[in-house]
Write a protein that binds this ligand. Sequence first.
Ligand code: CA
Length: 412
Amino acid sequence: MTTDNALRGFMRRRAGLTLTGLVLLGMAGVAEAATPSQWVRSFWPTAKSAGVSWAVYDRALGDFSPDPDVLKKANSQAEFKSQIWDYLDITVTDERVTKGRELLETHATELAAIEKRYGVDREVVVAIWGIESHYGAVLDNPKIVKSTIRSLATLAYKGGRRSKFGRTQLVAALKILQRGDVAHHAMTGSWAGAMGHTQFIPTTYNAYAVDFDGDGRRDIWNSRTDALASAAAYLDKMGWRDDQTWGYEVEFTRSFNFGLLRNGGTRSLGEWEKRGVQRVGGKAFPRPGDSATLYAPAGGQGPAFLLIKNFSVIKRYNNSNFYALAVGHLSDRVRGGDPFHRTWPRTERPLTTAEKEQLQKLLAARGHYDGPIDGKIGSGSRGAIRDYQLQVGLVPDGMDSVKVLKHLEANQ
Ligand code: CA
């Protein structure tokens, strides 16, 4: 699971912190002021109470020095806001599709065994592998791969808002060493502790990684079989439904009410169909009774999808619609599927905050909007955009687009 999403996942679960976690929180003030070696000593009781031996602890942290690159990354506010098509261009490349198809062949035997054991399609497992670590290629990239213990200790020691995450994950990582699944020097991962072919953070590893090749160690770094099985085991535990897909690309008939784009709720595929949402290419939904939600990341202008249960299971790996759509789409492509039927509105760019405020002002001036002028496009703003679009004959998708702003400016 990738860094920022792993962190977000951790933050979501913070309510479930263990006693160890609570002790760690109490130590935050002490840790901040210490030198690295003082900090290592101060952290020992926490590791010890988690069952870590002094020998393992000393080998892992005896010569600890913070990694300046980790600190730099931890303190940067790199909230990269991309359009979904930019994200998919990076994550679902032709190269990744081709490579994924090759790997389905070369790893057919173990993928079949994994699919049989966990009930998760091999194409989905391969897609996760492709997106998480570029099928393991990033593990050989010295610019990306770091010592997990050093990275997490750096976060724990001086990671600011990420130090709680660092402490919890450091304890989990030390427990991995204690159990002997991997040697200290071989336990590597991203700067924020996502490890191996499938980028598990240590707590996820401890809870879900499996030894599928039977050598007694859960080795997601060197055993592709263990790594892929671990990803499948995780999805299985999160509620993956066997023999089902993640969702379907759809298109709208003339009878479709675009007001349902944003707040259509959950309905059966058959109910959606009655409301003018059809599977692309004239294909039927295999199980019309499945519950589905509508997802139209580019509003009425680009590909849209009806999402079923397994989409939300993919999000348990990484809580992002973009991510889950990329995994779902890559899995379809490696299975032999086509690119999306509809095209993205690539000329579209996101509005700046100032433009969003201008949009709200213009909507307010026309009597569509009475909320705050804050540049935050929530349900009130979207409803106002939709009202305006309906009034002037634009597709009422409620999207805060350049097009709708220009239209408003031209019709003041
Ligand atoms: Ca193994």
